[in-house]
Design a protein around this ligand. Structure first.
Ligand code: ZN
Length: 348
């Protein structure tokens, strides 16, 4: 009898091991998939996104543990970790204890300000909860592929921080006003909202306008409205929001831009082999006839935080005008999408 129990226990332990192994393999596949997406975006959408000098570690949180892709030495000195996966591009470690107790992650973290020994001082880390944990908090996230678009958005913020001139500017000039303050101004001042919504509509109209003279007049009207609104903010709210607005439009607009680029990838690619064994992967099929018009949250100021939408639309307008901006942003301070659009008007 004892022998049978032992055999049963051994079989049970073997099954558990197999199950854990399978679960871990899904985690490695998802992380590899995210790195593949970065490579794709580097080739098709934003050159340098996947360059080594702009790469940052990714921490993947499960309910009970954390896995870290390509950690820094400072991280490994802070958190005892074991190497659990390796290929030519990625080394994944598992930390002995979870990196923190927070139940939800989908952000790039970085410690700024006075010098500190924090592992992420001036060194961004992409933090994401697993698909399963994200789905619990945001039930509308229904698949691994949808989860991956969120991860890439946040990853792009890390890419922005990896540009030293931009990080210096952001730390010295921008951290005084959180982006939510701009959102609050939008929500609590009808005149501000009315102007922003109109500004955004002018950018959208300019994207779709075929006649170049009409388009130029829309862009001029856009700048007139902006200047008047910012003047009113300075007079009535006693604050100059220009540099914050330009910066948040640029960082959120471009992160949304790369996120949106994935919809095109998914609409043209066969289902990814890496995700075949992932029970949360649905299919790229539903992206086949993707139509941005239906995704109001991407481009309408009323359906999102306004600077995400206007920034995203300004990037698309610059594409339409064939104005190069990707190599200029984050390289030297303080360049913004708006500055580049304005500059292009002077040159006309
Ligand atoms: Zn963002």
């Amino acid at each position: 009898m004892r022998k049978i129990c032992f055999i049963i226990l051994t079989v049970f332990a073997f099954c558990c091991n197999q199950k854990d192994h399978k679960k871990e393999q899904i985690i490695f596949n998802r992380i590899e998939f995210v790195y593949q997406l970065k490579q794709y975006l580097d080739e098709k959408t934003w050159k340098t996104f996947n360059e080594k000098e702009y790469d940052l570690p990714l921490i993947y949180f499960t309910y009970s543990g954390s896995y870290i892709a390509n950690p820094t030495n400072a991280f490994l000195q802070t958190f005892e970790s074991d190497l659990v996966f390796e290929n030519s591009k990625i080394k994944i470690y598992k930390s002995k204890s979870r990196v923190d107790d927070l139940p939800f992650h989908m952000e790039t973290s970085i410690t700024l300000g006075d010098s500190s020994n924090d592992y992420n001082y001036h060194s961004p880390f992409m933090n994401c909860s697993s698909y399963e944990e994200v789905h619990k908090v945001i039930p509308v996230v229904l698949s691994t592929e949808q989860w991956a678009t969120m991860v890439i958005h946040e990853y792009f913020h890390g890419f922005q921080y990896k540009h030293k001139p931009f990080l210096d500017f952001y730390e010295k000039e921008i951290t005084y006003m959180h982006e939510d303050s701009l959102h609050t101004i939008y929500k609590s001042n009808a005149w501000f909202k009315a102007s922003i919504d109109k500004e955004n509509q002018l950018v959208l109209n300019a994207i779709h306008e075929k006649d170049s003279v009409n388009r130029q007049s829309m862009i001029r009207d856009f700048f007139t409205l902006r200047n008047d609104r910012r003047q009113k903010v300075a007079n009535e709210l006693k604050t100059d929001i220009s540099k914050y607005e330009k910066c948040y439009e640029t960082i959120e607009g471009t992160a949304r831009y790369v996120e949106y680029a994935l919809y095109h990838l998914f609409s043209t690619q066969p289902d990814d082999q890496l995700l075949k064994s992932d029970p949360s992967f649905k299919s790229f099929e539903k992206f086949r006839h993707y139509n941005i018009e239906k995704d109001h949250w991407l481009y309408l100021t009323e359906k999102t935080k306004y600077f995400y939408a206007i920034g995203f639309n300004m990037a698309r307008l610059l594409d339409k005008l064939n104005i190069e901006y990707k190599s200029k942003l984050f390289q030297q301070e303080p360049t913004s999408l708006e500055d580049i659009l304005k500059e292009s008007q002077k040159a006309r």
